[in-house]
Write a protein that binds this ligand. Sequence first.
Ligand code: FAD
Length: 418
Amino acid sequence: MLNIFEDKCVGCGVCVTSCPFDALKMENDIAVVDTEKCTMCGICVKKCNFDAMEIDKEETGEKQDISGYKGVWVLAEQRGNKLLDVSFELCSEGRKLADELGTSLSVIVLGSDVKEEAKELFAYKADNVYIVEDEELKDYRTETYTAVICDLINEFKPEIVLLGATHNGRDLGPRISARLDTGLTADCTKLEIDKERNILLQTRPAFGGNLMATIICPDHRPQMSTVRPGVMEKAEPDHSKTGEIEEIEVEINAENVNSQITDSGKIINLKSDLSDIDIFTTIKEIVKEAKASVNLEDADIIVSGGRGVGSPENFELIEELATVLGGEVGASRAVVDEGWIEKPHQVGQTGKTVKPKVYFACGISGAIQHKAGMENSNLIIAINTDQDAPIFEICDYGLVGDLKKIVPLLSKAFAELK
Ligand code: FAD
C-alpha cells in the first residue's frame, strides 16, 4: 500500500498533480490517497521531494516453489457439449509452446457428455486429454468450474494454462489465478517462450493499443493467459493422431464439489473435502438471444463500414455487398458508438478479432484499435476518400474514392458474376 508520512508532507501538491490515476487529493494540506484508485505505480513517490511517501510492498508469504510445475495446459470450452473453435486454436498454439519447452500438451474439458468431441483434440496434437463429466458441469458456472480446475491444477501442476478470452473464459481465468495466487495476462495476441529462462512471454496491446506490452510471470505458477477467439492460427488436424482420454470423476452436490481422478481404473482423491465451497448459482434455463446472431469470427468474407459511410441509412450499401458476397457485416467502433449498427458487429480491440479470407474496410480510417481486430485477414480491400488513410498501409488492394459510388458498383459487378 501507499504510505503517506504526515510529519514529512508539506502540502506542496506535486503528488496530486503527478498522479495519472487521480488517486490523491489534499485534505488540510496533507496528501490523502484514494486506495480504490491507487495502482501503486510509484510516480508520486518519485516526485515527492520530501520523502513523505513510500510504497509498502509487503511480502505476503513464502516464495512459491515453482520447480515441480511442468507441461502446457489448455482449458477447452464447450457449449452444449460442442467444443468451441477457440479450443482448437489454443491447442495448436499450446503445441508450439510445449514443443519449445520440450514438455507435454494436455487439454482439459469439463461438460456432461464430451467424450466423443474431446477425441478430436488428439488431431490437434494434444498429448493428453482429460475430461470431467457431470450433469452439474454441463453448463458453465463460476463456482463449479473454478473448484474443479483449481483442484486439477494443484494436483498436476502445469507451468502454463491457456484459456479462450470468451465470456466464460474472462470470468473463469481471473477466478483461478486469484485462487492460485498467480498472474494472468488477458487478451494475448502473441505467446512465445523465453528460451534462456524457460518462461512464457505474453504479449498484448496496452495503453489503448498504442504499444504492445510483453508480460511475464516469473515467480508464480501456472503462467496463465487468455486469448481471444480467432487470434491464434488453428492447425490442420491430423486424424492419424489418436490417444486415450483420461476421465476424472467428480462428486458434486448442491453445496459442494469433490473431484477425483481415475488413473487406470484406480481412483485417486484430488482433494479430500471441498465441502466449504458454496454454489451460488442455479441455471434454470438458457434462452438464446432472439436477434439474428452475427458470426464474424467464422465468416469467410466481411464487409465493414466506418464513419465514412455517412449515415445509418447508407449502411444498406454495406449490407447489400455483404449479401451478394455471402458475407457478414462488420463495423468500426465509431459507427457502433453513433448507434448506426449494433455492438456485435464491431471489429477491433474492444470488438471482435476476425481473420476472414476477404475483409472490405469501407470508410474506415484504420486506427490502431480497428487494425488490432482485422489485420490478420488474408486479403484486405480498403475504400477511402483519403489516400493517406492508415488503412492503406495494411491493405492488399486500395480504392481511393467515395464508397457511396464504389460499393454499389462492386455489388452490381459481383451479382453479375454470380
Ligand atoms: P474515422 O476515423 O472517423 O474514419 C472515417 C474514414 O472514412 C476516414 O478515413 C475518411 O477519409 C473516410 N471517408 C469519409 N467519407 C468517405 C466516403 N464517402 N467514402 C470513403 N471513405 C470516406 N475502433 C474500432 O474500430 N474498433 C475497436 O474495437 C476500437 N476499440 C477502441 C478501444 C480504445 C481503448 C480506444 C481508445 C479506441 C477504440 N476504437 C476502436 C476507436 C478508434 O480509435 C477509432 O476512433 C475508430 O476506429 C475510428 O472509426 P472510423 O475509422 O470508422 O472513423
